[in-house]
Design a protein around this ligand. Structure first.
Ligand code: IMP
Length: 177
């Protein structure tokens, strides 16, 4: 039985990343920018989009998690890897795979603000606005998607499906008991 169905193809993702890259370059021009990857789900998106950004862009990584191996948020966020660069006085652009309830990004933005950056903004590949529990609007959005559990292009279910080149909807029978 098919485990997943195509939602956004590799071609569509790559075309949108070029557009987002242009929007981001327009917005920050030549000002110092730290691009922050939220591990692990954003790693493929991050690797592709930073190649559209100015060569002076600094790269850093944090690891946060609000999901165990389930498809619903526990609401509990853990910070398992912090910043390794100073962001003081710099623009920070956070790259996220998907914004769902918005709790993870709200938590991360609050933390980043304590480090005195010039600004903090969020660029998410996917946005599920219908699931929002807090008032968080990402500054850059790749695709708005319906309330379906998606995998691929970095997104996982139970650490599987991350290497898929497309974003796919996981069939409920895979994760429902
Ligand atoms: P939020 O805190 O509810 O906004 O959740 C954000 C995190 O939940 C993302 O970084 C993902 O790790 C995970 N997540 C939310 N929806 C999905 C999905 O459809 N597929 C895979 N992971 C998801």
């Amino acid at each position: 039985m098919q485990e997943y169905t195509l939602l956004i193809s590799e071609k569509e993702i790559q075309a949108r990343i070029k557009e987002l890259g242009e929007e981001i370059c327009q917005r920050y021009k030549d000002e110092p920018l730290v691009a922050l990857c939220v591990l692990k789900g954003s790693v493929l998106f991050f690797a592709d989009i930073v190649r559209e950004l100015p060569s002076a862009t600094a790269l850093d990584f944090v690891a946060l998690s609000s999901y165990g191996n389930k498809t619903v948020s526990s609401g509990e966020i853990t910070f398992s890897k912090g910043l390794s660069l100073s962001i003081e006085g710099k623009h920070v652009l956070v790259f996220e795979d998907i914004v769902d309830s918005g709790l993870t990004m709200t938590y991360l933005k609050k933390y980043l603000e304590t480090q005195n950056p010039k600004s903090v903004a969020v660029c998410t590949l996917l946005d599920k606005p219908s699931r929002r529990k807090v008032d968080l609007v990402p500054e850059f959005i790749g695709f708005k998607i319906p309330d379906k559990f998606v995998v691929g292009y970095g997104l996982d279910f139970d650490e599987k499906y991350r290497p898929l080149r497309d974003v796919c909807v996981l069939e409920p029978w895979v994760y429902q008991d």
